[in-house]
Design a binder for this molecule. Structure first.
Ligand code: AMP
Length: 362
């Protein structure tokens, strides 16, 4: 029997957000536009979302009393990052609804589980093998060949926890770099370019996907997302349909980012992120309803908004000292600036982004 669809949260209801980084900040801003309140729980003081949310709890994810008080004050819990400790989720889910749900977190927290899930859905990933020791790495290299990438199964982001292996002789150094963490060896995908789809699904099963954006990384960190992406009509349809398939399989509620490699043989899924995604920031100036509002609408049980692209956009991340260029960039009327209010501009730190409108949707 299918579960009844819950009633939409009323205006004035409170969304709880785990994590107060830039994604939490932009979620809180979107919630405020809809007349919804936000309570953010974040361990670090002075987090980017602190100055834009109604209520902030500064506490660790292992602080049981703080988690209980947080859950008691909100109508639904969502999150801005996928590596929330299981113990925190175990407690929270006894107290209030969490969207996206546990299954999406379980699948996306571990690259091995994630790839197996995607293959079981009939989607193509890079060839992969689990690696838990130097011997297993040798066996995996014999099976998959080089070049390959060794990645930690958990807690990797922005290219961290990854080592490229170009020849079998690199194996020992690569395994040492994992510091004993369980890993996965992935065959190197010879892709033309990378795209991502930001998809949303509501509790009633309604799905809405944004147009795929084309991503360029520098030093493992997203540099630009460009709309439209270079894709044939068939590839674009495939990208959107496979995203819908992932969302439905997880009975997902909220926004998800799906990263894809575009190869001559078709689309290969790199990874999924059960949250709003850096490669979806372009939607703030390319669509009427952006990914942040879409996520809030989904978790609040409101109807999904119109995600059609009205403008072609290039999103560029502002890292470290790049943020000092913001006043100059703001002189150009094509640029929309989004800064995260971070005090310290460390090298490589995401400080903001600029969405440059390059014309009406083509
Ligand atoms: P990830 O953290 O898995 O998203 O990897 C970060 C970036 O490394 C990707 O966006 C790709 O540019 C590159 N990369 C990761 N895995 C592979 C792979 N199996 N083959 C080729 N490039 C990859």
């Amino acid at each position: 029997m299918t579960e009844p669809v819950p009633a939409p949260l009323p205006v004035g209801a409170t969304i709880g957000i785990l994590g107060g980084g830039q994604l939490g900040r932009m979620l809180a801003l979107a919630a405020a536009r809809l007349g919804l309140r936000c309570h953010i729980l974040e361990p670090a003081p002075g987090a980017p979302a602190a100055e834009v949310c109604g209520t902030l709890t500064t506490a660790g994810y292992d602080d049981g009393p703080a988690l209980r008080a947080f859950a008691a004050s909100v109508d639904v819990v969502t999150y801005e990052f996928e590596n929330i400790p299981t113990t925190a989720l175990d407690l929270l889910e006894t107290l209030c609804p969490i969207h996206p749900g546990r299954e999406a977190l379980r699948v996306s927290q571990d690259r091995l589980t994630e790839k197996s899930f995607l293959n079981d859905l009939g989607l193509t990933t890079a060839p992969f093998a689990p690696v838990g020791s130097a011997d297993e790495l040798s066996a995996a290299l014999a099976q998959i060949g080089t070049p390959a990438i060794l990645k930690t199964r958990r807690f990797g982001y922005d290219g961290k926890g990854q080592v490229r292996i170009t020849a079998p002789e690199d194996a020992d150094a690569a395994w040492a770099a994992m510091n004993g963490a369980d890993a996965i060896l992935e065959g190197f995908v010879d892709f033309n370019h990378e795209v991502s789809v930001i998809g949303a699904r509501g509790p009633d099963g309604q799905v809405a996907c944004y147009d795929p954006g084309q991503n360029v990384h520098r030093d493992g960190i997203l540099h630009t997302t460009t709309l439209p992406a270079t894709l044939s009509h068939g590839q674009l349809t495939d990208a959107v349909l496979l995203t819908g398939r992932i969302l439905n399989a997880l009975d997902y509620v909220g926004v998800m980012g799906v990263e894809l490699f575009v190869t001559p043989g078709g689309l290969i899924v790199n990874e999924i992120a059960p949250r709003v995604h850096n490669s979806g920031h372009w939607t703030q100036n390319g669509c009427v309803i952006d990914q942040f509002e879409q996520h809030i609408r989904a978790v609040a049980g409101w109807p999904l908004g119109d995600g059609r692209r009205h403008s072609d956009v290039v999103m560029t991340n502002l890292l470290g000292d790049d943020v000092a260029q913001a006043p100059t960039l703001a002189r150009d009327p094509a640029n929309a600036i989004h800064l995260y209010g971070k005090a310290e501009a460390r090298a490589g730190r995401k400080m903001g982004h600029v969405n440059r409108r390059i014309g009406p949707a083509s």
